[in-house]
Design a protein around this ligand. Structure first.
Ligand code: IMP
Length: 200
């Protein structure tokens, strides 16, 4: 694809600037990503389903119903084995409604204080709506919950998550490295593969 003006446009149903930056970098040269701010769509996107797939669909549908344009949304959960898969789909609100990333990390460190099994994974589901039809793309990364914070990059639980085969947390990695191995990175790679096959 050489001509920027001819590239397919997709709206990314998120208000999270970090995610927008991560995903825009990965989709560079495949499609033009428009943020909600760029198209002037405001408001709280609902996220009330009890699965990642359900939430991704709900968020993408919210945008599709308001714009009629092709769009996608993602939903991510951190699944911790010693907590029977919690917080999972409730990762954003783990420490309560309107809690901060820091509140969530503090709660996780407290709940995991005496746990020896620290295995966890991030799982992302992307829902793409094209011409009204939803399609799903999933990515995951396995790792460990650390016992304290490391690093300043990224967002969310990044300072306390160390992916397998690495000796640093997500928050200690350059964004390109995180994107290459992360849950969202793998899900976006599948989305890119699909878009490359279907757009020209
Ligand atoms: P969301 O619903 O996809 O926004 O993700 C739910 C929550 O998971 C977010 O509020 C973050 O706390 C966390 N999360 C999502 N993606 C990441 C990531 O790449 N690193 C760390 N935490 C993440």
């Amino acid at each position: 694809m050489s001509n920027f003006a001819d590239m397919k446009e997709l709206i990314f149903a998120t208000n999270n600037k970090h995610k927008l930056q991560e995903v825009s970098e990965m989709l560079n040269n495949t499609v033009v990503i428009k943020s909600l701010a760029e198209i002037g769509l405001n408001g709280d996107i609902p996220e009330t389903a009890d699965t990642l797939e359900g939430n991704a669909l709900q968020k993408a549908q919210w945008v599709y119903e308001r714009t009629g344009k092709d769009c996608f949304a993602d939903d991510t959960g951190l699944e911790v084995d010693a907590l029977d898969g919690r917080p999972g789909v409730y990762s954003a609100r783990y420490a309560g409604e309107h809690c901060s990333f820091d509140d969530n990390i503090n709660k996780m460190l407290a709940e995991m204080k005496d746990k020896t099994n620290r295995k966890a994974r991030f799982r992302t589901v992307i829902c793409l709506i094209e011409n009204g039809t939803p399609r799903y793309f999933e990515g995951r990364v396995d790792g460990q919950i650390l016992t304290e914070r490391y690093g300043k990059e990224g967002f969310g639980y990044d300072p306390i998550f160390m992916p397998d085969r690495f000796a640093v947390s997500f928050a200690e990695m350059p964004l390109e490295v995180k994107n290459h191995i992360s849950h969202r990175g793998h899900a976006v790679a599948k989305l890119v593969e699909y878009l490359k096959k279907t757009t020209n």
